[in-house]
Write a protein that binds this ligand. Sequence first.
Ligand SMILES: Nc1ncnc2c1ncn2[C@@H]1O[C@H](COP(=O)(O)OP(=O)(O)OP(=O)(O)O)[C@@H](O)[C@H]1O
Ligand SMILES: [Mg+2]
Length: 246
Amino acid sequence: MSLELESISVAFGGFKALDDVTISLKKAEIVGLIGPNGAGKTTCVNIITGFQDPTSGTVMLDGQDINAKAPYDIRRRGLARTFQAGRLFSGLDVLDNLAVTGVGLGHSRRASEDEALRVLSWMGAGHLAELPAAGLPYTDERRVGIARALMFAPDYLLLDEPAAGMSETEADDLAQIIRRIADELNCGVLLIEHNVGLVLSLSNHVYVLDAGKIIEEGDKTEILASQAVREAYLGAEHAPENMEHA
Ligand SMILES: Nc1ncnc2c1ncn2[C@@H]1O[C@H](COP(=O)(O)OP(=O)(O)OP(=O)(O)O)[C@@H](O)[C@H]1O
Ligand SMILES: [Mg+2]
């Protein structure tokens, strides 16, 4: 059981946003995807989840080709994502934000609300259920975004910068949740983060993307020792954060 990006390339006009990218993620495993701004990380997520089509290459989900499948279809097959910006329905409370996803997946309203409460309490966020999504503090909005993605137990979860804007303590709490998603829910997590320390400490395997190409992959030790990774980040607008804390 795995999610495989096989030689994915994406061109926007003449610009290659992804060039021959191959990534593998197994269930219950945490795989990191790091790289400077504009490297192509979100484009990878958009390709995997059907929000965008690759120019060439295939995406295989548990042995099935999911290229050109619609986002809702891919979500039904057990592959969920979060967004860089929260994208909650501001007019609904937290419970309904989650329940809507359940209904979209084909479950009854009642079953969706039950599942929403179960997921929220699993995350230690049960107290948020009745609150309007619009007024949530930033960190809670992020947590609700993850809870929504966990509705009805996906096999794979793609997290696009879940720790952005969080304090160190908040990022530590998030790290625990990510670890539990893999360990307790048996869910494969693709973790995209500028907080490189967080990624290196959690991931079984890390891919480094720079200007659309995978320039390095390996475990924490291999990534920290890589000259190519240092060079990629030295040239970047934002140096890798917390690398020394990894
Ligand atoms: N729809 C699009 N049309 C044209 N260019 C695009 C489109 N989407 C993304 N790009 C370009 O592709 C490149 C990769 O973008 P992407 O958003 O995947 O980077 P990223 O690694 O997620 O960056 P960040 O760390 O800032 O979130 C960027 O140069 C971006 O401007
Ligand atoms: Mg991005």
